[in-house]
Design a protein around this ligand. Structure first.
Ligand SMILES: [Zn+2]
Ligand SMILES: [Zn+2]
Length: 242
């Protein structure tokens, strides 16, 4: 068993609200400094930058998990991590085509930049607007995500766009693999609501948010299966930033 330094929630230049510097080049520099060696890329409502990131990091010791942060019709943020890149990409297209707002002003809301495998800017995604909600409900989203090998967890559940902030109580008929919380108190609140598995991410939108890891995972390797096992076996340890 080894102990890996992780963050399972991070944005790139593709997310309109992320800093325009959040390219694979800068990620590499920051991850080497902060010693993060297992992370998920989870842009808002799209998976377009995952393949470029995986290609870019293929000759390094940094392992990338394909993911997406979807905004449901209830304005709840849900993260889905995938075992297989091609399935993540298929799901990303499915979500993009479900977004309610198509046209947007990048000057106002931020550019949506797609990278190539060398880490260079390839093109600007003009539509849809990735900061939009999907037309899908949280129930529909989780049902669709579970058709694939996935880890599904609501993001920052007590913060803006979080499950509990938006809905008040956890939906009775949905089973999540974990929930994302931000401090010790939130873990206790989440336990009171019946949650028992936890996961942690930096939710990095800016370079300074990648200068630490948000958790450590004890696992035999950095495979998707090992991550899922670690979540259920409570081998994901938070590293709080106070
Ligand atoms: Zn979010
Ligand atoms: Zn996020």
């Amino acid at each position: 068993m080894a102990l890996f330094n992780c963050s399972f929630h991070n944005h790139t230049v593709l997310s309109p609200c992320a800093d325009i510097s959040m390219s694979s080049d800068l990620y590499k520099e920051l991850l080497l400094k902060s010693n993060i060696n297992w992370l998920a890329i989870t842009d808002h409502n799209s998976t377009r930058n995952i393949r470029p990131f995986i290609n870019y990091f293929s000759n390094t010791d940094i392992k990338i998990v394909p993911g997406i942060e979807v905004q449901t019709i209830e304005e709840v943020h849900v993260i889905i991590l995938f075992n297989k890149l091609d399935e993540a990409e298929k799901f990303g297209k499915f979500i993009e085509s479900s977004l309610i707002i198509n046209k947007y002003d990048p000057e106002k809301f931020g550019y949506q930049i797609c990278l190539n495998g060398e880490g260079d800017f390839e093109y600007i995604l003009e539509n849809p607007y990735l900061g939009s909600s999907s037309k899908y409900s949280i129930n529909k989203l989780v049902m669709e995500a579970k058709k694939y090998e996935t880890i599904v967890f609501p993001a920052h559940i007590f913060r803006a766009f979080g499950l509990i902030t938006q809905l008040g109580l956890p939906p009775k008929d949905i089973e999540f693999d974990a929930v994302e919380v931000k401090n010790e108190k939130e873990i206790e609140f989440a336990k009171d609501l019946g949650f028992s598995n936890f996961i942690f991410g930096n939710d990095a939108h800016t370079p300074d948010e990648l200068n630490h890891f948000s958790c450590q995972v004890r696992a035999k390797n950095r495979s998707f299966i090992a991550l899922k096992e670690a979540i259920y076996n409570k081998k994901v340890y938070p590293i709080w930033q106070h």
